[in-house]
Design a protein around this ligand. Structure first.
Ligand code: ZN
Ligand code: ZN
Length: 423
């Protein structure tokens, strides 16, 4: 091992949804291939590259399971549902028996049979009144379930988290979010036989009724109606999950780790791994995010931490929006982030890795199972002949094909933290 104080450190830059497929309007190139990326190309030239199958070959990862794998965990063994990670990312301290959901403020219409038809799953997406609407339903009293607390926190735009806290709850229940416009809001289904699952599903249905009763009556929605805006009169719930019980990175590798990210989900996965969350003003998880501020915050955190996870979201958003030109622009923004970061770090002591949590194909508008490029540059890293950070160039790299879970031991090896196997 290196002497104390000179121990190498790691910055892992994850560009969300960075991978893509050849796109006709980009002359058959991927956004990474079409973008001008002098910094990424230099790092690819100096470092080692490869392709990462984040969960397993051909499996489209979610952002949560993808990040768990990148942090070295077995997502099949420890995944507890998106809601728990969103709640942790919103700063909530979860108790072991809590059930957490990701929520969407949405627009619904009540039908004659008292069911609800979804008009807009995001209530227009930008929702300046979200904090006031959240205050209205946070702590609401559930009829006939006095011991169950309902905790609601707003995160970004139309997004919120909802946590149920009380006796005899189960996270093994289905969503109320039907995912399509024009669909009927679902009754939550118990996904196991236990009485607790039946009881929780029934509580969630009561919650749906209460959300509508409280939200449809508020003057905020009357004002939105008058302004011709979709009412935010429902919260659709999905991804029920309990507290993820995973050992921290410190317990596994003996490292102090920190997270620089804008979005609640990424902060939540990082918190579940025991990372300190560094809040950066201007880190919005949107197109306008301040990458200079994020890169500087990550570089500064190296003084106090061994491992920094730096998340960049906008590449994924552009691909969900099916906008390859914008994805190219966001790849170039990522390149700028790396130029700022590399100017700040001591190259003799810091290992920098760049990859994605999954491919988000612009043509599909969603995550796909194609592998993502990976590059690692730093002291002791053997370079390879690859000179660009793209899907096709990195396919010929010296790191070969790896699974997401292999990344952490690989990085810890450069930190002299992976123990020897054998004698
Ligand atoms: Zn993602
Ligand atoms: Zn995505």
């Amino acid at each position: 091992m290196a002497a104390a104080g000179t121990m190498p450190k790691v910055v892992l830059v994850v560009a969300d949804g960075i991978g893509d497929r050849p796109i006709r309007t980009l002359n058959g190139k991927t956004p990474l291939e079409a973008a001008r990326t002098p910094t990424l190309d230099r790092l690819a030239t100096e470092g080692a590259t490869g392709l990462l199958h984040v969960i397993a070959p051909g499996v489209p990862p979610g952002s949560d399971t993808g990040h768990l794998a990148l942090f070295g965990y077995d997502p099949y063994g420890c995944y507890t549902g998106r809601g728990a990670f969103e709640a942790l990312g919103a700063g909530l301290v979860l108790e072991p028996a809590d059930v957490a959901f990701r929520g969407n403020f949405a627009t619904v219409q009540q039908l004659k049979d008292k069911t609800f038809k979804v008009i807009d799953r995001r209530a227009g997406r930008s929702l300046p009144e979200a904090a006031a609407l959240t205050a209205l339903i946070d702590g609401l009293a559930l009829p006939r379930a006095a011991k169950v607390k309902v905790i609601v926190r707003h995160t970004t735009e139309h997004r919120c988290v909802v946590v149920l806290r009380g006796p005899n709850l189960s996270a093994r229940i289905g969503d109320t979010d039907p995912h399509g416009h024009g669909d009927i809001v679902l009754k939550s289904k118990p996904l196991e036989k236990a009485a607790s699952a039946r009881q929780t599903a029934s509580l969630v249905d009561t919650l749906t009724q209460e959300f509508y009763r409280l939200l449809s009556a508020t003057p905020i929605n009357a004002k939105r109606r008058q302004a011709g805006l979709p009412e935010a009169n429902m919260v659709l719930l999905r991804g029920a999950g309990g507290h993820p019980a995973i050992p921290s990175l410190e317990a596994i590798y003996g490292i102090r780790s920190a997270c620089v990210a804008g979005g609640a989900l990424y902060k939540g996965v990082a918190r579940s791994a025991g990372m300190d969350i560094i809040d950066v003003p201007g880190a919005t998880a949107s197109y306008d995010t301040d990458v200079d501020a994020k890169a500087l915050a990550a570089a500064t955190a190296l003084a106090t931490h061994d491992y920094i996870f730096l998340h960049f979201k906008a590449t994924d958003t552009a691909a969900h929006d099916k906008d390859p030109t914008r994805k190219v622009a966001m790849v170039e923004k990522l390149d700028h982030l790396l130029s700022v970061l590399m100017a700040q770090v001591n190259r003799d002591q810091v290992c920098v890795a760049v990859t994605g949590d999954h491919t988000t194909a612009c043509d599909v508008g969603n995550h796909t199972g194609d592998p993502v490029p990976l590059l690692i540059v730093g002291p002791g890293v053997r370079s390879d002949p690859v000179v660009r950070f793209t899907e096709r160039a990195c396919a010929g790299g010296g790191l070969g094909h790896l699974r997401g879970r292999d990344l952490m031991p690989l990085l810890m090896n450069f930190l002299d933290r992976t123990p020897m196997f054998g004698a």
